[in-house]
Design a binder for this molecule. Structure first.
Ligand code: ATP
Length: 357
């Protein structure tokens, strides 16, 4: 298992930076996600790791080895792409064996290792089949086996599930995680799908315009986003402009149009009256049956203006004073517009953005 270190990596196309001084440290055995909107530089960064793209400045290390200028075929990475890139005229076993033949591995060892790689992705039974006889999900498993068979130092995955239908995509998320963990591989995985990142990653980096906005575990990035951009890209949220009102213990209390909200943010250094940008996730609100029961801090009264019933949840648009809020109710009995409701939120779910966000 190797760790990967990326130091001050930049890549320019003409005057614009596809990567702008990126620093990242990926631990041995970690499944690390690069997440961000289209054009933020995810693929460029992955291609720099694979050796298909030469950065203009910066260093990439695999373990202690500086691989920045090492040709792609000597980096010993395994690549998995969204279009699988399998040979249509070869059998499954021939596809998986290809990389080993290139490395001039002996025939008996090839047979054994192809068997092992197919077993790792639970596709032993398909060895002699043609590629066109496999479903999309099965083809992606074979693409994974082909990447694993050469025992790569790290696995690089570029939107590997985006050609699969929604149900298969869910199944393959768990599978990819299992396969990486069982093989003990360090993996770097590119996606713009935040659910995929949240459900599979050990840690992730959120990128925007070639820069890293935040690095952390899925829970840390989701629950404590450092900026509006991250809060908005990873999940849905309500942005509110409050102002610092005082403190409760050593924690900040803010005022939203006169209603007080306790937070878990340390109050020190935030002057009373200064603007405080907040994020409160739709599912962080608790709904009480009627607005009349609501009083005290961390509560609001509102009216459901629009209701969408989705089975396990209901989504509401709620007007509360001059604010319009997105609210998600779990396990709803009914979802109807026109109801007067109370809303409350726990202090730990009132996310205060850092001053420099
Ligand atoms: P997507 O999710 O759409 O694949 P991405 O985050 O992977 O996007 P990149 O493909 O890394 O983004 O592209 C980053 C930026 O670099 C984009 O603005 C893109 O237009 C630009 N870019 C990428 N490759 C080239 C190239 N070969 N020539 C010129 N510009 C490029």
């Amino acid at each position: 298992m190797i760790g990967i270190r990326i130091e001050q990596l930049s890549k320019y196309y003409g005057p614009s930076a596809a990567l702008d001084a990126v620093d990242l440290r990926i631990e041995p055995g970690e499944i690390f996600f690069l997440l961000g909107p289209s054009g933020c530089g995810k693929t460029t960064l992955l291609r720099c790791l694979a050796g298909f793209c030469t950065p203009d400045t910066g260093v990439i290390r695999f373990g202690d080895e500086d691989v920045t200028h090492l040709p792609a075929h000597r980096r010993r990475t395994g690549m998995v792409f969204q279009n699988y890139a399998l040979w249509p005229h070869k059998t499954v076993a021939e596809n998986v064996a290809f990389g080993l033949e290139e490395l001039r591995v002996g025939r008996e060892e090839i047979r054994r290792r192809v068997g092992e790689a197919l077993a790792a992705v639970q596709m032993e039974q398909t060895a002699q089949r043609g590629i066109h006889e496999l479903s999309g999900g099965q083809q992606q498993r074979i693409a994974l086996a082909r990447a694993l068979v050469v025992r790569p130092r790290c696995l690089l995955l570029d939107e590997p599930l985006s050609n699969l239908d929604a149900k298969l995509r869910l199944e393959m998320r768990t599978e990819i995680r299992r396969i990486c963990k069982e093989a003990g591989l360090t993996a770097v995985y590119v996606t713009h799908d935040q659910k995929e990142a949240l459900s599979v990653a050990d840690r992730m980096a959120v990128l925007r315009a070639g820069r890293v906005c935040q690095v952390g575990t899925p829970e840390a990035v989701y629950r404590a986003p450092v900026s509006r951009f991250v809060a908005d890209f990873v999940g849905e949220t309500n942005f509110l402009e409050a102002e610092a009102a005082g403190q409760s213990g050593d924690r900040l209390t803010v005022s939203l149009d006169g209603t007080l909200f306790q937070t878990e943010t340390p109050a020190s250094g935030i002057a009373a009256g200064s603007p405080v940008p907040l994020s409160i996730r739709p599912e962080a609100w608790r709904i009480t049956r009627t607005g009349g029961e609501t009083a005290g801090p961390n509560t609001l009264r509102g009216r459901i203006e629009e209701a969408i019933y989705l089975g396990e949840v209901a989504q509401y648009r709620v007007s509360a004073g001059r604010h319009t809020l997105k609210v998600t109710e779990m396990n709803p009995r009914r979802a109807e517009a026109g109801r007067e409701i109370g809303l409350s939120v726990a202090p730990e779910d009132v996310v205060v953005f850092p001053a420099d966000a």
